[in-house]
Design a protein around this ligand. Sequence first.
Ligand SMILES: *Cc1c(COP(=O)(O)O)cnc(C)c1O
Length: 360
Amino acid sequence: MLDYEVFEPKHAALPHLVDLRSDTVSRPTPAMYERMRTAPIGDDGLDGDPSVRELEQTVAALLGKEAGLYFPTCTMANLLAVISQTGRNQQVLLERNAHMLTTERGGSIFAGAAYVPVEGHDGAMDLDRLSSAMRPGSSGLEVGMIAMETSHNNAGGAVLPVAHMKAVHALAASANIPVHIDGARIMNAAAALGMHVRELADHADSISLCLSKGLSAPVGAILASSKPVVATARTFRKMLGGTQRQAGILAAAGVEAVQSMSARLTEDHVVARELSAGLNGLGASISATIPQTNIVQVSVGATGMTSHQWVAALQQRGILTRPLGEDRLRCVTHRHIQSDDIARAIEGFVQVLQDASKPN
Ligand SMILES: *Cc1c(COP(=O)(O)O)cnc(C)c1O
Protein backbone atom coordinates (compact mmCIF):
# COMPACT_ATOMS: atom_id res chain seq x y z
CA MET A 1 0.00 0.00 0.00
CA LEU A 2 1.36 3.40 -0.96
CA ASP A 3 1.63 6.14 1.58
CA TYR A 4 -0.24 8.76 -0.43
CA GLU A 5 0.45 11.43 2.17
CA VAL A 6 4.05 11.68 0.98
CA PHE A 7 2.68 13.45 -2.09
CA GLU A 8 1.06 16.17 -0.01
CA PRO A 9 3.09 19.40 -0.07
CA LYS A 10 2.95 19.84 3.71
CA HIS A 11 5.12 16.74 3.87
CA ALA A 12 7.17 17.55 0.80
CA ALA A 13 10.84 18.44 0.60
CA LEU A 14 10.29 22.19 0.89
CA PRO A 15 7.57 22.57 3.51
CA HIS A 16 8.48 26.21 4.17
CA LEU A 17 7.36 27.45 0.75
CA VAL A 18 4.12 29.38 0.37
CA ASP A 19 3.38 28.74 -3.27
CA LEU A 20 1.00 31.38 -4.64
CA ARG A 21 2.17 31.08 -8.27
CA SER A 22 -0.92 29.25 -9.45
CA ASP A 23 -3.66 26.87 -8.37
CA THR A 24 -2.16 24.41 -10.88
CA VAL A 25 0.37 23.49 -8.17
CA SER A 26 -2.36 21.80 -6.12
CA ARG A 27 -1.58 18.10 -5.78
CA PRO A 28 -3.82 15.10 -6.35
CA THR A 29 -5.64 14.02 -3.19
CA PRO A 30 -5.18 10.57 -1.62
CA ALA A 31 -8.66 9.70 -2.95
CA MET A 32 -7.46 10.58 -6.48
CA TYR A 33 -4.44 8.28 -6.17
CA GLU A 34 -6.75 5.53 -4.96
CA ARG A 35 -9.10 6.03 -7.92
CA MET A 36 -6.15 6.03 -10.31
CA ARG A 37 -4.80 2.81 -8.83
CA THR A 38 -8.10 1.01 -9.26
CA ALA A 39 -9.32 2.67 -12.51
CA PRO A 40 -10.62 0.34 -15.21
CA ILE A 41 -8.73 1.25 -18.38
CA GLY A 42 -8.95 0.55 -22.07
CA ASP A 43 -7.62 2.17 -25.25
CA ASP A 44 -9.23 5.51 -26.01
CA GLY A 45 -7.97 5.32 -29.60
CA LEU A 46 -9.44 1.85 -30.21
CA ASP A 47 -12.72 0.85 -28.59
CA GLY A 48 -12.57 3.38 -25.78
CA ASP A 49 -11.45 3.71 -22.18
CA PRO A 50 -14.15 3.18 -19.53
CA SER A 51 -12.70 5.70 -17.07
CA VAL A 52 -12.33 8.37 -19.74
CA ARG A 53 -15.91 7.71 -20.79
CA GLU A 54 -17.08 8.02 -17.18
CA LEU A 55 -15.31 11.37 -16.84
CA GLU A 56 -16.70 12.69 -20.11
CA GLN A 57 -20.25 11.67 -19.20
CA THR A 58 -19.94 12.97 -15.63
CA VAL A 59 -18.77 16.42 -16.73
CA ALA A 60 -21.24 16.64 -19.64
CA ALA A 61 -24.11 15.88 -17.23
CA LEU A 62 -22.75 18.37 -14.69
CA LEU A 63 -22.69 21.07 -17.38
CA GLY A 64 -26.02 20.08 -18.91
CA LYS A 65 -24.53 19.17 -22.30
CA GLU A 66 -25.07 16.09 -24.46
CA ALA A 67 -21.47 14.94 -24.60
CA GLY A 68 -17.97 15.58 -23.34
CA LEU A 69 -14.45 15.01 -24.62
CA TYR A 70 -11.27 14.60 -22.57
CA PHE A 71 -8.21 16.68 -23.43
CA PRO A 72 -4.68 16.85 -22.01
CA THR A 73 -5.15 20.61 -21.41
CA CYS A 74 -7.82 23.27 -21.40
CA THR A 75 -5.80 25.10 -24.06
CA MET A 76 -6.44 22.20 -26.44
CA ALA A 77 -10.12 22.01 -25.41
CA ASN A 78 -10.58 25.71 -26.24
CA LEU A 79 -8.76 25.33 -29.56
CA LEU A 80 -10.93 22.38 -30.55
CA ALA A 81 -14.07 24.28 -29.53
CA VAL A 82 -13.08 26.90 -32.11
CA ILE A 83 -12.01 24.48 -34.82
CA SER A 84 -15.16 22.36 -34.42
CA GLN A 85 -17.64 25.23 -34.59
CA THR A 86 -15.97 27.93 -36.66
CA GLY A 87 -15.18 27.99 -40.35
CA ARG A 88 -11.80 28.98 -41.68
CA ASN A 89 -11.48 32.71 -42.41
CA GLN A 90 -14.08 33.56 -39.80
CA GLN A 91 -13.67 35.70 -36.70
CA VAL A 92 -13.82 34.73 -33.03
CA LEU A 93 -14.83 37.62 -30.77
CA LEU A 94 -13.31 37.63 -27.28
CA GLU A 95 -12.94 40.03 -24.38
CA ARG A 96 -9.66 41.86 -24.85
CA ASN A 97 -7.85 40.18 -21.89
CA ALA A 98 -9.34 36.72 -22.40
CA HIS A 99 -6.90 33.87 -21.77
CA MET A 100 -7.75 32.49 -25.24
CA LEU A 101 -6.42 35.77 -26.65
CA THR A 102 -3.50 36.66 -24.38
CA THR A 103 -2.05 33.18 -23.89
CA GLU A 104 -3.68 30.90 -26.46
CA ARG A 105 -3.95 33.07 -29.56
CA GLY A 106 -1.39 30.94 -31.39
CA GLY A 107 -4.33 28.58 -31.75
CA SER A 108 -5.82 30.98 -34.30
CA ILE A 109 -3.05 29.86 -36.68
CA PHE A 110 -4.30 26.25 -36.52
CA ALA A 111 -7.97 27.27 -36.53
CA GLY A 112 -7.51 29.59 -39.50
CA ALA A 113 -9.81 32.01 -37.70
CA ALA A 114 -9.00 35.56 -36.62
CA TYR A 115 -9.21 36.16 -32.86
CA VAL A 116 -10.62 39.66 -32.40
CA PRO A 117 -10.53 41.57 -29.09
CA VAL A 118 -13.62 43.37 -27.81
CA GLU A 119 -13.08 46.02 -25.11
CA GLY A 120 -14.61 45.22 -21.78
CA HIS A 121 -14.66 45.66 -18.03
CA ASP A 122 -13.80 43.10 -15.36
CA GLY A 123 -13.67 40.42 -18.02
CA ALA A 124 -17.10 41.28 -19.49
CA MET A 125 -17.27 42.48 -23.09
CA ASP A 126 -18.95 45.84 -23.63
CA LEU A 127 -22.26 44.84 -25.23
CA ASP A 128 -22.43 47.82 -27.62
CA ARG A 129 -18.92 47.12 -28.83
CA LEU A 130 -19.78 43.43 -29.13
CA SER A 131 -22.79 44.13 -31.32
CA SER A 132 -20.82 46.44 -33.57
CA ALA A 133 -18.05 43.83 -33.82
CA MET A 134 -20.70 41.34 -34.95
CA ARG A 135 -21.67 43.47 -37.94
CA PRO A 136 -19.83 42.70 -41.17
CA GLY A 137 -17.10 45.30 -41.02
CA SER A 138 -14.36 46.47 -43.30
CA SER A 139 -12.52 43.13 -42.91
CA GLY A 140 -15.34 41.39 -44.77
CA LEU A 141 -14.98 38.40 -42.44
CA GLU A 142 -17.97 36.73 -40.83
CA VAL A 143 -18.13 36.15 -37.09
CA GLY A 144 -18.02 32.41 -36.41
CA MET A 145 -17.92 32.38 -32.60
CA ILE A 146 -18.25 34.54 -29.51
CA ALA A 147 -16.31 33.36 -26.46
CA MET A 148 -16.71 34.35 -22.82
CA GLU A 149 -14.47 33.50 -19.86
CA THR A 150 -15.58 33.03 -16.25
CA SER A 151 -14.05 33.29 -13.74
CA HIS A 152 -11.77 35.56 -15.71
CA ASN A 153 -8.09 34.84 -15.15
CA ASN A 154 -6.53 38.14 -16.25
CA ALA A 155 -9.34 40.19 -14.69
CA GLY A 156 -8.20 38.94 -11.27
CA GLY A 157 -10.60 36.01 -11.14
CA ALA A 158 -13.65 38.22 -11.78
CA VAL A 159 -16.96 36.42 -12.22
CA LEU A 160 -19.21 37.38 -15.13
CA PRO A 161 -22.65 38.50 -13.94
CA VAL A 162 -25.27 36.00 -15.11
CA ALA A 163 -27.28 38.82 -16.71
CA HIS A 164 -24.24 39.60 -18.87
CA MET A 165 -23.85 35.97 -19.94
CA LYS A 166 -27.53 35.88 -20.82
CA ALA A 167 -27.25 39.08 -22.86
CA VAL A 168 -24.22 37.82 -24.81
CA HIS A 169 -25.97 34.52 -25.45
CA ALA A 170 -29.13 36.28 -26.71
CA LEU A 171 -27.12 38.60 -28.95
CA ALA A 172 -25.21 35.66 -30.45
CA ALA A 173 -28.35 33.55 -30.88
CA SER A 174 -30.08 36.39 -32.74
CA ALA A 175 -27.28 36.18 -35.32
CA ASN A 176 -26.99 32.37 -35.22
CA ILE A 177 -23.45 32.52 -33.86
CA PRO A 178 -22.26 29.79 -31.45
CA VAL A 179 -21.11 30.81 -27.97
CA HIS A 180 -18.20 29.15 -26.22
CA ILE A 181 -17.32 29.57 -22.56
CA ASP A 182 -13.69 29.21 -21.61
CA GLY A 183 -14.72 27.67 -18.34
CA ALA A 184 -11.27 26.59 -17.19
CA ARG A 185 -12.27 28.24 -13.89
CA ILE A 186 -16.06 27.88 -14.18
CA MET A 187 -16.35 25.95 -10.89
CA ASN A 188 -14.84 28.96 -9.12
CA ALA A 189 -17.41 31.21 -10.79
CA ALA A 190 -20.30 28.92 -9.78
CA ALA A 191 -18.98 28.71 -6.21
CA ALA A 192 -18.68 32.50 -5.94
CA LEU A 193 -22.21 32.99 -7.28
CA GLY A 194 -23.63 30.19 -5.15
CA MET A 195 -25.20 28.73 -8.29
CA HIS A 196 -25.17 25.38 -10.00
CA VAL A 197 -22.61 25.42 -12.79
CA ARG A 198 -25.28 24.28 -15.27
CA GLU A 199 -27.03 27.65 -14.90
CA LEU A 200 -23.86 29.25 -16.28
CA ALA A 201 -23.17 26.61 -18.93
CA ASP A 202 -26.74 27.09 -20.20
CA HIS A 203 -25.55 30.31 -21.83
CA ALA A 204 -23.16 28.57 -24.20
CA ASP A 205 -23.13 26.00 -26.99
CA SER A 206 -19.81 24.65 -25.78
CA ILE A 207 -17.84 24.96 -22.59
CA SER A 208 -14.41 23.84 -21.43
CA LEU A 209 -13.49 22.96 -17.85
CA CYS A 210 -9.97 22.53 -16.48
CA LEU A 211 -9.42 19.72 -13.99
CA SER A 212 -5.85 20.62 -13.01
CA LYS A 213 -6.37 24.03 -11.39
CA GLY A 214 -8.20 24.39 -8.08
CA LEU A 215 -9.86 21.02 -8.59
CA SER A 216 -6.41 19.46 -7.97
CA ALA A 217 -6.34 16.74 -10.64
CA PRO A 218 -2.84 16.25 -12.08
CA VAL A 219 -3.76 17.08 -15.71
CA GLY A 220 -6.71 17.30 -18.05
CA ALA A 221 -9.73 19.22 -19.23
CA ILE A 222 -13.14 18.51 -20.71
CA LEU A 223 -14.94 20.12 -23.62
CA ALA A 224 -18.71 19.70 -23.32
CA SER A 225 -21.18 20.44 -26.10
CA SER A 226 -23.74 18.84 -28.43
CA LYS A 227 -23.08 15.35 -29.81
CA PRO A 228 -22.24 16.61 -33.34
CA VAL A 229 -19.76 19.22 -32.06
CA VAL A 230 -18.08 16.67 -29.78
CA ALA A 231 -17.89 14.14 -32.64
CA THR A 232 -16.16 16.75 -34.81
CA ALA A 233 -13.86 17.70 -31.95
CA ARG A 234 -12.94 14.04 -31.50
CA THR A 235 -11.81 13.83 -35.14
CA PHE A 236 -9.71 16.98 -34.89
CA ARG A 237 -8.28 15.87 -31.54
CA LYS A 238 -6.96 12.78 -33.28
CA MET A 239 -5.39 14.96 -35.99
CA LEU A 240 -3.56 16.94 -33.30
CA GLY A 241 -2.29 13.80 -31.60
CA GLY A 242 -4.54 14.41 -28.62
CA THR A 243 -5.95 10.88 -28.47
CA GLN A 244 -4.37 9.34 -25.38
CA ARG A 245 -4.44 5.59 -25.08
CA GLN A 246 -4.88 4.33 -21.49
CA ALA A 247 -5.84 7.80 -20.32
CA GLY A 248 -8.29 6.33 -17.81
CA ILE A 249 -5.57 6.42 -15.16
CA LEU A 250 -5.58 10.21 -15.44
CA ALA A 251 -9.29 10.55 -16.10
CA ALA A 252 -10.04 8.66 -12.86
CA ALA A 253 -8.42 11.51 -10.92
CA GLY A 254 -10.58 13.90 -12.93
CA VAL A 255 -13.79 12.14 -11.87
CA GLU A 256 -12.76 12.48 -8.24
CA ALA A 257 -11.85 16.14 -8.89
CA VAL A 258 -15.26 17.15 -10.25
CA GLN A 259 -17.18 15.06 -7.71
CA SER A 260 -15.41 16.10 -4.53
CA MET A 261 -13.32 19.20 -5.04
CA SER A 262 -15.81 21.84 -6.22
CA ALA A 263 -17.52 22.25 -2.86
CA ARG A 264 -14.33 23.45 -1.15
CA LEU A 265 -13.40 26.18 -3.67
CA THR A 266 -15.08 28.86 -1.53
CA GLU A 267 -12.35 28.17 1.07
CA ASP A 268 -9.80 29.36 -1.50
CA HIS A 269 -11.90 32.49 -1.99
CA VAL A 270 -11.92 33.21 1.74
CA VAL A 271 -8.13 32.98 2.09
CA ALA A 272 -7.68 35.08 -1.07
CA ARG A 273 -9.74 37.81 0.59
CA GLU A 274 -7.57 37.47 3.72
CA LEU A 275 -4.49 38.02 1.58
CA SER A 276 -6.04 41.02 -0.14
CA ALA A 277 -7.18 42.62 3.12
CA GLY A 278 -3.79 42.01 4.74
CA LEU A 279 -1.87 43.56 1.85
CA ASN A 280 -4.21 46.54 1.61
CA GLY A 281 -3.54 47.17 5.30
CA LEU A 282 0.21 47.57 4.75
CA GLY A 283 0.17 51.16 3.51
CA ALA A 284 -0.22 53.21 0.41
CA SER A 285 2.62 51.84 -1.72
CA ILE A 286 0.97 48.41 -2.15
CA SER A 287 -2.58 47.81 -3.28
CA ALA A 288 -4.34 44.51 -3.87
CA THR A 289 -7.50 43.76 -5.81
CA ILE A 290 -10.46 42.53 -3.76
CA PRO A 291 -11.00 39.05 -5.17
CA GLN A 292 -14.34 37.49 -6.09
CA THR A 293 -12.59 34.12 -6.36
CA ASN A 294 -9.01 32.92 -5.73
CA ILE A 295 -6.78 35.37 -7.64
CA VAL A 296 -5.28 38.52 -6.12
CA GLN A 297 -3.43 41.07 -8.24
CA VAL A 298 -1.00 43.20 -6.24
CA SER A 299 0.18 46.58 -7.53
CA VAL A 300 3.77 47.21 -6.47
CA GLY A 301 4.62 50.05 -8.88
CA ALA A 302 4.69 52.67 -6.10
CA THR A 303 7.26 50.72 -4.04
CA GLY A 304 10.21 51.64 -6.26
CA MET A 305 10.72 47.99 -7.20
CA THR A 306 9.58 46.18 -10.35
CA SER A 307 7.35 43.11 -10.24
CA HIS A 308 10.37 40.97 -11.15
CA GLN A 309 12.38 42.37 -8.23
CA TRP A 310 9.44 41.69 -5.95
CA VAL A 311 9.12 38.10 -7.13
CA ALA A 312 12.83 37.52 -6.44
CA ALA A 313 12.75 39.23 -3.04
CA LEU A 314 9.65 37.32 -1.91
CA GLN A 315 11.12 34.06 -3.18
CA GLN A 316 14.11 34.55 -0.87
CA ARG A 317 11.60 34.55 1.97
CA GLY A 318 9.90 31.38 0.75
CA ILE A 319 6.92 33.17 -0.85
CA LEU A 320 6.38 32.21 -4.50
CA THR A 321 4.42 34.62 -6.72
CA ARG A 322 4.43 35.56 -10.39
CA PRO A 323 4.91 38.90 -12.14
CA LEU A 324 1.98 40.37 -14.07
CA GLY A 325 3.56 42.94 -16.35
CA GLU A 326 6.16 45.24 -14.79
CA ASP A 327 4.23 46.61 -11.83
CA ARG A 328 1.89 43.91 -10.58
CA LEU A 329 2.13 40.48 -8.95
CA ARG A 330 -0.33 37.65 -9.30
CA CYS A 331 -1.12 35.54 -6.27
CA VAL A 332 -3.42 32.53 -6.48
CA THR A 333 -4.81 30.56 -3.56
CA HIS A 334 -5.57 26.84 -3.61
CA ARG A 335 -6.13 23.99 -1.20
CA HIS A 336 -2.58 23.98 0.17
CA ILE A 337 -2.84 27.61 1.26
CA GLN A 338 -4.41 28.21 4.65
CA SER A 339 -4.71 31.27 6.88
CA ASP A 340 -1.31 30.65 8.48
CA ASP A 341 0.30 30.62 5.02
CA ILE A 342 -1.40 33.93 4.24
CA ALA A 343 -0.03 35.38 7.48
CA ARG A 344 3.46 34.25 6.43
CA ALA A 345 2.99 35.72 2.96
CA ILE A 346 1.93 39.09 4.38
CA GLU A 347 4.92 39.00 6.74
CA GLY A 348 7.11 38.40 3.67
CA PHE A 349 5.68 41.49 1.96
CA VAL A 350 6.31 43.51 5.16
CA GLN A 351 9.96 42.41 5.22
CA VAL A 352 10.53 43.24 1.56
CA LEU A 353 8.97 46.69 2.07
CA GLN A 354 11.20 47.29 5.11
CA ASP A 355 14.33 46.22 3.21
CA ALA A 356 13.36 48.41 0.27
CA SER A 357 13.08 51.48 2.49
CA LYS A 358 16.50 50.93 4.14
CA PRO A 359 19.27 53.19 2.81
CA ASN A 360 22.02 51.03 1.25
C1 LIG B 1 -5.47 27.92 -17.11
C2 LIG B 1 -6.47 28.44 -18.06
C3 LIG B 1 -6.55 27.93 -19.37
C4 LIG B 1 -5.59 26.89 -19.91
O1 LIG B 1 -5.62 25.70 -19.19
P1 LIG B 1 -4.45 24.60 -19.40
O2 LIG B 1 -5.09 23.35 -18.90
O3 LIG B 1 -3.32 25.07 -18.55
O4 LIG B 1 -4.12 24.56 -20.84
C5 LIG B 1 -7.51 28.45 -20.20
N1 LIG B 1 -8.35 29.40 -19.79
C6 LIG B 1 -8.32 29.91 -18.54
C7 LIG B 1 -9.31 30.94 -18.13
C8 LIG B 1 -7.37 29.44 -17.63
O5 LIG B 1 -7.34 29.94 -16.39
